[in-house]
Design a protein around this ligand. Structure first.
Ligand SMILES: [Zn+2]
Ligand SMILES: [Zn+2]
Length: 287
């Protein structure tokens, strides 16, 4: 803040430095976060890299700060996206940083800071990522709110076992909720098919096979989660068909089948469930 070119330095409230280290620009506007921290910024940069901040022509008393509803941490990171320089990496954020990322993403959307919007969007949508695995519902809310159907598609599979109340709290009770309910209903149908007994004719392979088959099938059913919510949870994130692990584990119960008809019946069963799962349309198509 002590650079000689900083002509307006005397006008801005004290302590209002630009959060970018070694920034050579004069801070000619001061933002005040909701936690009452002062942040120096540059009107031209705000106008060039965003929309929604006071424009250079706007008359602002030079010693007055502009009050914003975001916290200082969010605003400081957001300001770094409004300089012609390398943007901060959001890759190494820990799980605890999720809320910060979400607040940054929301602020970027609000002020239309396109660079920050794109980076946050990519980070929130990474599948197999700690964020989407444990915050599916919040990411779905973000995706719906800011109209990112592809992000919604990645988050929705992680919300299958959430309660109706929790989902409503995040996405409301309108058409989005209806879409979510229909999307989940498709998964419930797959689960129903998954646990529908598959019969066999005794003429197919004899009494021994029949006994083995029904005992195998009921063992597999029992090894699946007992409740609907538990079963939905096992489908969460579009992970592998839970029937696959269960049948693999107990496959040896079919040893003794001389014709391999029973094993083939298992493959057909698995394939049918895989097909059913793969045929569920992406979440956004229900909207
Ligand atoms: Zn600066
Ligand atoms: Zn058999």
């Amino acid at each position: 803040m002590n650079q000689p070119e900083q002509a307006d330095a005397g006008d801005v409230p004290q302590g209002a430095t630009c959060p970018v280290p070694d920034c050579p620009l004069a801070a000619d506007i001061v933002l005040r976060s909701c936690d009452k921290k002062l942040i120096g910024a540059h009107k031209l940069n705000l106008a060039r890299y965003s929309e929604g901040f006071p424009a250079p022509g706007d008359v602002i008393a030079p010693d007055k700060a502009v009050d914003l509803t975001e916290n200082a941490k969010t605003l400081r990171v957001l300001m770094t996206f409004m300089h012609s320089q390398r943007f901060p990496s959001l890759l190494n954020m820990h799980e605890e940083s999720f809320q910060e990322l979400l607040e940054l993403a929301d602020a970027a959307e609000k002020y239309l800071v396109h660079s920050a919007m794109a980076v946050c969007n990519l980070r929130l949508a990474s599948s197999d990522d700690i964020f989407v695995m444990s915050n599916g519902l919040k990411i779905l809310e973000y995706a719906i709110k800011h109209n990112y159907p592809d992000v919604a598609d990645r988050a929705a599979p992680w919300t299958l076992s959430e309660s109706w109340d929790d989902v409503a709290r995040h996405i409301g009770c309108g058409q989005e909720m209806m879409a979510w309910a229909r999307y989940r209903e498709k998964h419930i149908s797959v689960l129903e098919t998954m646990v529908s007994p598959i019969g066999m004719e005794i003429e197919d392979s004899g009494l021994g096979c029949m006994k083995r088959w029904f005992s195998f099938q009921s063992t597999v059913f029992q090894s699946l989660p007992a409740t609907i919510r538990g079963r939905l949870d096992s489908l969460k994130g579009g992970r592998e068909n839970p029937l696959r692990a269960a049948t693999k584990k107990h496959m040896s119960m079919l040893n003794g089948c001389s014709t391999s008809m029973c094993q083939n019946r298992v493959w057909e069963w698995l394939e049918r469930c895989d097909d059913d799962l793969n045929n569920i349309a992406a979440f956004h198509t229900f909207l």
